[in-house]
Design a protein around this ligand. Structure first.
Ligand SMILES: Nc1ncnc2c1ncn2[C@@H]1O[C@H](COP(=O)(O)OP(=O)(O)OP(=O)(O)O)[C@@H](O)[C@H]1O
Ligand SMILES: [Mg+2]
Length: 340
């Protein structure tokens, strides 16, 4: 295997300068420009193996002998203490505890706005909904008007205005779960900016004439005193489009931003193990402990082939394990995995 030294390159927004690697595949160009494929061997963290480093052209790297790579590897091992499984588990648990605490604070009106970001199926909605349910339980039992609502899917600007009006009182919370359309729409975003501004008064106005609002007796301006939680798969920090970033920065600056940081395969798998170990993930299945372990082992073994590594996927496989006791693996292979 030949070795190269990257003189100038970028990997995951990190600059790579004068670092030697074993070369896996030479210079290629793709939709996002040129890159070379190298075995990073833990240089970017223990979970990163073969990676593509973006370079502008062949002048950005040079061929070197293997010793240079060994020296880099030794340095990387020395510099980066490897996070143990226990450490990673407690980091992840902590993030979810923060999610619970922040949601609690939002329902208590202590926090005005929060954005929760993370990959699909890891428990964002679950964590927030659990707290919102707790907060509204008594109102529900008493048949009173609820002071919190979870809005899922898309919302038009006027729909957003109506929802904000409905929950404009000081103790109200609106959760926008997977409503990315409102984060990407100019009119909606401006409404949200007004609703979440840090001044004492947060006035929102609907500027055009609307028969819908008139019909429902909604004024064309009001003060918003409630709290808002956004749940999204969008990663604000690494958004590519500059226009979008500027836009979202304005919102982010008004919100607490919680990235659950479950970005690596290892982290996702650990989260699944964690919830399974806590005894809650598979609690509705009446599985023997071995059955749970079999599912987790199966996911571990096939981590690179599964369409998604998530709690949701674990539950799908559990469904199959329950219904097809002898051929669940075959069924899972057919329905949950990418074809080879
Ligand atoms: N702490 C938990 N204990 C038990 N089950 C959980 C837990 N967290 C999540 N789940 C289950 O995992 C599945 C996925 O969780 P959830 O829907 O909250 O994911 P999500 O992060 O909101 O995903 P998406 O971004 O796709 O909306 C759900 O079926 C949920 O019931
Ligand atoms: Mg969700």
């Amino acid at each position: 295997m030949s070795s190269i030294r990257v003189l100038r390159g970028v990997y995951r927004n990190k600059t790579v300068k004068n670092v030697a690697f074993s070369l896996v595949k030479g210079y290629q160009t793709g939709a996002r420009g040129g890159y070379i494929t190298v075995d990073s061997d833990g240089y970017f963290g223990p979970e990163f193996g073969v990676v593509r480093i973006r370079v502008d052209g062949i002048e950005d790297f040079e061929y070197v002998n293997g010793d240079a790579v060994k020296a880099v590897k030794a340095k990387a091992v020395e510099a980066k203490p490897v996070e143990t499984e226990e450490e990673a588990m407690s980091r992840i648990r902590e993030r979810f505890e923060i999610l619970t605490e922040m949601t609690k604070a939002a329902t208590a009106g202590d926090i005005r706005a929060m954005i929760v970001s993370g990959p699909p199926g890891v428990g964002k909605s679950y964590g927030v909904e659990q707290e919102v349910d707790k907060a509204t339980m008594f109102d529900k039992l008493a048949g009173k008007r609820l002071r919190a609502e979870v809005v899922k899917g898309s919302a038009t600007p006027i729909g957003l205005y109506q929802t904000l009006y409905k929950y404009s009182d000081a103790n109200c919370v609106v959760v926008f779960d997977d409503c990315d359309s409102i984060l990407l729409d100019d009119v909606s975003l401006n409404l949200l900016k007004g609703a979440l501004d840090s001044g004492k008064k947060r006035k929102i106005s609907w500027l055009s004439e609307s028969s819908t609002l008139r019909r429902e007796g909604i004024p064309d301006q009001f003060d918003f005193k409630g709290s808002v939680i956004f749940i999204t798969n969008l990663k604000f920090d690494t958004m590519k489009s500059q226009k979008l970033r500027d836009h979202l920065d304005a919102l982010q600056s008004r919100c607490h931003y919680l990235d659950l940081t479950l970005d690596t395969m290892r982290d996702k798998l650990l989260r699944i193990k964690q919830i399974a170990k806590d005894g809650v993930l598979f609690q509705d299945y009446d599985f023997e402990p071995e059955a749970q372990d079999e599912i987790i082992d199966f996911m571990h073994t096939n981590q690179n082939r599964l369409r998604e590594m998530s709690l949701r996927m674990a539950l799908k496989i559990a469904d199959l394990r329950k219904s097809f006791s002898s051929k669940w693996k075959l069924m899972a292979e057919t329905t949950c995995m990418k074809p080879v």
